[in-house]
Ligand binder design. Structure first.
Ligand code: COA
Length: 164
């Protein structure tokens, strides 16, 4: 029986830290669903379709499925019939929030478990908002995102062009 996992997040945009977690997750799970939340509260820079496109162009594997979802993560997990959630831990400071989310999700459905993977040390301070800020102010982001994401961030902040 295949063992699948869901790695959910905003991915606005996907960073090398997220990619590192996906690579690690592929060593454990047969298929990894990279699930992009349509989170209007966060007012994302990239639309959901754009974020899906950025992920699909940053990592390729027939064991990765990239798709969007709305609403509660547990409802999405139930629909998929996958009860393994994947989360990355960057530093001890992530733990409390992750612990709370993990237990909340399990309180909604006891079948849910969360697998925590520690990110590469060099990405331990990375976040999507840091990448957005650097890109906006013309900082060097080449160590933090894929070439595709770097180009699309440049286009975004230089106006005009849209992601195709
Ligand atoms: N490398 C780089 N950055 C990372 C990272 C890693 N390994 N892990 C986390 N981050 C960053 C993200 O880029 C993000 O940065 P930003 O705030 O600058 O955008 C930040 O850490 C938080 O990321 P994350 O914890 O993934 O939050 P999220 O908002 O992207 O996604 C969901 C969280 C989608 C899993 C959660 O909100 C959810 O489940 N929502 C659905 C609603 C629901 O079910 N709510 C109840 C849950 S208890």
């Amino acid at each position: 029986m295949a063992i699948n996992g869901i790695y959910a997040g905003s991915f606005d945009p996907i960073t090398n830290g997220h990619l590192d977690i996906i690579h690690r997750a592929l060593k454990i799970f047969d298929t990894v669903y990279v699930s992009v939340i349509d989170n209007i509260e966060k007012d994302p820079l990239f639309s959901m379709d754009e974020r899906i496109n950025l992920i699909s162009n940053s990592i390729q594997s027939d064991r990765i499925i990239v798709e969007g979802f709305q609403g509660l993560l547990v409802d999405y997990a139930r629909k998929k019939n996958i009860f393994n959630l994947i989360r990355g831990l960057r530093a001890v400071s992530d733990f409390e929030y992750e612990f709370q989310m993990s237990l909340t999700n399990r309180s909604q459905d006891p079948r849910i478990d969360t697998v925590f993977l520690m990110t590469e040390q060099s990405y331990s301070y990375l976040s999507s908002s840091i990448v957005r800020q650097l890109a906006k102010l013309n900082g060097n982001i080449s160590d933090y995102v894929s070439d595709y994401v770097r180009i699309k961030l440049k286009e975004k902040f230089n106006g005009s062009k849209r992601i195709t």
